[in-house]
Design a protein around this ligand. Structure first.
Ligand code: PPY
Length: 349
């Protein structure tokens, strides 16, 4: 872990071993140059604490780039709670309260909200001890509720931007869209895509989720290992990170990629790998800023929900146009172009 932290260009890492739950907590603060750090709390089992720390650091950097795109006055941060396999649900609330106390002790260095493995109900529990540094509690608890639908709206807008760029027409009507993960982002995305006349295929690993979309709603399903070979117009990764890599990219049969997952590219060269294959990649941190944008707007800027939707759609649509144009002009991958745009803002607040 020493070498991991030493090589990281972020500011701060907080480490806590929570003995009662046998869980590791890592809070990574990448940058507070533009404002206090804010980012979700990811809670899941990891193979070892080192991998969890690495995830927190990578995700925190992603958050800094994310905020830079719309120019939001927030810094990149992320928390990871690495719980044991088959974590006992009876230990969850206690762990979240102790975690909330830690967030509170940081006194505003790091604000948090939901991420993979946590939801608004968990935010309520964290806020018992962590308020006022906890976003996206349930409406009953005074929060704005799930950020998933707003992230999904941003992904939908990004898919339209890709259609416009590739096919000359923004409409998703009749386009074949492959959605990886039908959770809090992929789920509402599938609903919007179907309503707009797209042909949707999905993949997931959760039995209840599969039952809902495949069996109850009749959405075509593919097994997780087959997803990378499916021919489609748009591939939308809305599950885990690192899925675009040297093994999967050669197999892909899509024209464009736009999804809500964080850190979709596994390695530095993967953006270029997609470009060489003539697959238009909408960079993840541009596509998936909708959740954070809406939550922070609703809870710190008093935005209405209509305003939040409007901001998410226009910001992401415009940002992607800029990214695609710069990539073409400079003859670089869209990932590099987006990093250039975000990097300018990160260096010049
Ligand atoms: C993300 O976009 O990955 C987030 O972490 C979302 C977020 C950020 C800040 C507060 C709540 C949710």
């Amino acid at each position: 872990m020493e070498s991991l932290i030493g090589q990281w260009e972020g500011e701060t890492v907080i480490t806590r071993y929570d003995r009662p739950a046998n869980a590791w907590i890592f809070i990574a603060v990448y940058s507070t140059l533009l404002g206090p750090a804010a980012g979700g709390t990811r809670m899941k089992p990891y193979p070892d604490p080192r991998t969890a720390l690495q995830d927190a650091m990578l995700l925190a950097k992603g958050m800094a780039y994310k905020y830079a795109i719309p120019g939001m006055p927030w810094g990149g941060g992320k928390a990871v709670i690495a719980v044991p396999d088959a974590f006992d649900p009876a230990l969850r609330a206690g762990l979240l309260r102790r975690y909330g106390k830690l967030v509170h002790q940081l006194g505003g260095l790091f604000y948090t909200g939901p991420d993979m493995g946590t939801c608004s109900l968990d935010m309520n529990v964290i806020a018992e001890t962590g308020a006022p540094y906890v976003f996206a509690c349930t409406p009953e608890a005074g929060g704005c509720g799930s950020s998933g639908p707003f992230t999904a709206l941003g992904v939908f807008t990004a898919i339209q931007a890709c259609c416009k760029h590739v096919f000359g027409e923004a409409s998703v009507q009749g386009r074949k869209v492959l959605v990886q993960g039908a959770g809090s982002v992929g789920g509402p995305l599938i609903t919007s895509l179907l309503a707009a006349g797209a042909e949707v295929i999905f993949s997931d690993v959760d039995r209840d989720v599969i039952r809902h979309y495949r069996d109850e709603r009749g959405v075509p399903f593919v097994e997780k290992d087959e997803i990378y070979q499916v021919e489609c117009d748009i591939f939308s990764p809305c599950a885990g990170g690192g899925i675009l890599n040297r093994n999967t990219i050669p197999a892909l049969r899509c024209k464009a990629i736009a999804g809500g997952a964080n850190n979709q590219l596994q390695a530095a060269g993967d953006g270029e790998r997609l470009r060489v294959r003539d697959i238009l990649y909408a960079p993840d941190f541009v596509v998936n800023v909708g959740g954070a944008m809406a939550v922070l707007g609703l809870e710190t800027l008093k935005w209405s929900r209509d305003r939040a939707e409007e901001e998410v759609a226009t910001t992401i649509g415009r940002a992607l146009q800029r990214v695609f144009a710069l990539a073409e002009k400079k003859d670089v991958s869209t990932e590099v172009a987006a990093e250039v745009i975000a990097g300018e803002r990160l260096q010049a607040p």
